[in-house]
Design a protein around this ligand. Structure first.
Ligand SMILES: *[C@@H]1O[C@H](CO)[C@@H](O)[C@H](O)[C@H]1NC(C)=O
Length: 318
């Protein structure tokens, strides 16, 4: 009898230990999982760029995180009176003529002189198709799509409308030649689309990371050295590397039945999420630097009048 009891006790305490052990393992696993999740949710769920080793990429990620939060924090300003990143009011930039959205072009005096990296149509056309496929059904006549022949990364302005730097034709030729010299020593950039964000001003932006080739910070530094008369204050953070895909101009013209005005922002997030699922992570090669004289404000964005000088990034030793 005593032996049976002892045996039972021993077995019983073994079971208790086993149960405790299992509990501890489960607890530990769940704890680890929660830790990992909380780490991941601090990063965008779309970010493909979680392991970039250098600080420029980190700086860009933080910029993109901020851009992503902008709509949440500031609301959809474009439903009221959006401004572009260049402080121009969106509602002043477009009108609806014969049922189609038409840009209102304003002459730039003196012309804006912009240096941009160009995204070729091999990459821009599929992106543009995806953007239209998702947004056009809901934003007929309330959206402007960037011309897919003109997808570009704004890098450095020799003159912009906030700080105009007038230049003679000779000076413009000199600037263009100096930019050409920069292009010659730069190598092409291999890049990846980190994510798409919609800003509070209604601009749908592609935010990119660099896989190889010169960092945008380096490109801007070289342009700044080559163009010493350029405005000290440039329009963008030196680390940013973005292309504009479209501009939302107002409320959706068609809403799915389950969406009402109070859940519009949520709906915008859903559309952006859908677009991200389709195109984030796509890779591209950038191999042209353009020196652009814009005779109209935002000519590159609005199909305005401009003169473009195109230079290949030819990777030659300086
Ligand atoms: C898009 O840009 C190309 C190249 O500048 C131009 O030929 C074309 O007319 C533009 N498309 C529109 C709709 O303006």
């Amino acid at each position: 009898m005593a032996r049976v009891r002892n045996w039972w006790n021993w077995n019983h305490s073994k079971s208790v230990t086993l149960i405790w052990l299992i509990c501890a393992i489960i607890f530990y696993s769940v704890f680890r999982l929660l830790l990992r999740n909380s780490y991941h949710t601090t990063r965008s769920i779309y970010s493909v760029a979680t392991d970039f080793p250098n600080s420029n990429s980190e700086r860009r990620l933080r910029l993109y995180d901020n851009l992503e939060r902008d709509l949440e924090e500031n609301g959809a300003l474009f439903l009221k009176q959006g401004e572009t990143s260049q402080s121009l009011s969106l509602s002043d930039l477009f009108t609806v003529k014969d049922g189609t959205v038409t840009p209102v072009l304003q002459a730039a005096n003196p012309p804006v002189r912009a240096n941009v990296l160009y995204l070729s149509t091999e990459h821009s056309v599929p992106i543009s198709k995806a953007v239209k496929g998702i947004f056009l059904p809901y934003f007929d006549r309330a959206i402007w799509f960037q011309n897919s022949s003109m997808y570009h990364f704004s890098m450095f302005h020799a003159s912009h409308h906030i700080t105009p730097v007038p230049a003679s034709e000779v000076e413009i030729e000199t600037e263009a030649n100096d930019v050409k010299a920069v292009a010659e020593v730069l190598c092409p950039l291999k890049i990846v689309l980190d994510r798409v964000v919609l800003t509070s001003t209604g601009v749908l932006l592609g935010c990119w990371q660099v896989l190889s080739g010169p960092d945008p910070i380096t490109v801007r530094a070289k342009l700044k050295t080559a163009l010493p008369r350029a405005p000290e204050k440039q329009l963008y953070d030196a680390a940013i590397f973005h292309t504009s895909f479209a501009r939302l101009l107002g409320h959706p013209t068609t809403l799915p039945a389950e969406v009402d005005k109070t859940s519009e922002i949520h709906f915008f997030h859903q559309l952006v999420a859908r677009l991200n699922n389709q195109i984030h992570g796509i890779q591209a090669t950038v191999s042209e630097l353009w020196y652009v004289e814009e005779y109209d404000l935002l000519a590159l964005a609005l199909n305005g009048r401009m003169q473009i000088r195109k230079y290949q990034l030819s990777c030659s030793k300086a």
